[in-house]
Design a protein around this ligand. Structure first.
Ligand code: FE
Ligand code: FE
Length: 191
């Protein structure tokens, strides 16, 4: 048995955990996009859904290259985070509070993924799996970019609106679906 075999098994465990996590996330993101009122937030969830599907393909490529199965592991960590998100989405709150809360839930997911992908990138490098490290780094970069995007949406107006503020930050976030519909109705009436 090679010396690094238990480390290799631990690496596979982490990858299988992530594979299942990503699959759970692809089921949650469409619901989060639907629950979002601010159009840029719904767009961010839809964009990240497409990225997540690609992340799943990257993991499948890695399993194939390592000649290993993707396994049948359940990621309990993400299951718990998504469960809390589901509970939150069933709360009866105003649109802006829901948007702010969706960002809070999504950032928990991204931070979990950033921690997990940071680990597997480092482990892949340590074991000399250079191609796997490169693919996992791509995903890690996407998770970090998504987290930053969510922060900029929260800071760019969504939190302000939820707080009932009337600052100019509202202008950026106010392009929500309801307002857009209202604006076009008004424009139509003016003609
Ligand atoms: Fe992901
Ligand atoms: Fe993600």
């Amino acid at each position: 048995m090679p010396m690094d075999s238990s480390f290799h098994e631990a690496f596979l465990d982490e990858l299988r955990d992530l594979y299942n996590a990503e699959k759970q996330i692809t089921k949650a993101l469409p619901k989060m996009a639907k629950a979002a009122s601010a159009a840029p937030l719904a767009d961010a969830f839809e964009t990240h859904l497409r990225e997540t599907n690609e992340q799943i393909r990257r993991l499948e490529q890695i399993f194939k290259d390592l000649d290993e199965s993707s396994g049948k592991k359940k990621c309990k960590g993400i299951e718990g985070i998504l469960d809390e998100g589901k509970d939150m989405m069933s709360e009866d709150v105003d649109e802006a509070t829901m948007d702010a809360s969706l960002i809070a839930a999504a950032q928990r997911v991204e931070h979990y993924e950033i921690a997990a992908y940071g680990t597997v990138v480092a482990w892949a490098k340590a074991m000399g799996h250079d191609q796997a490290a490169r693919l996992l780094q791509k995903t890690l970069d996407e998770e970090k970019a998504t987290d930053e995007k969510l922060t900029s949406l929260a800071d760019g107006g969504i939190n302000d609106i939820a707080a009932g503020g009337t600052g100019e930050k509202q202008v950026a976030a106010v392009s929500n679906r309801g307002s857009r519909a209202k604006r076009s109705t008004k424009a139509g009436a003016a003609r």
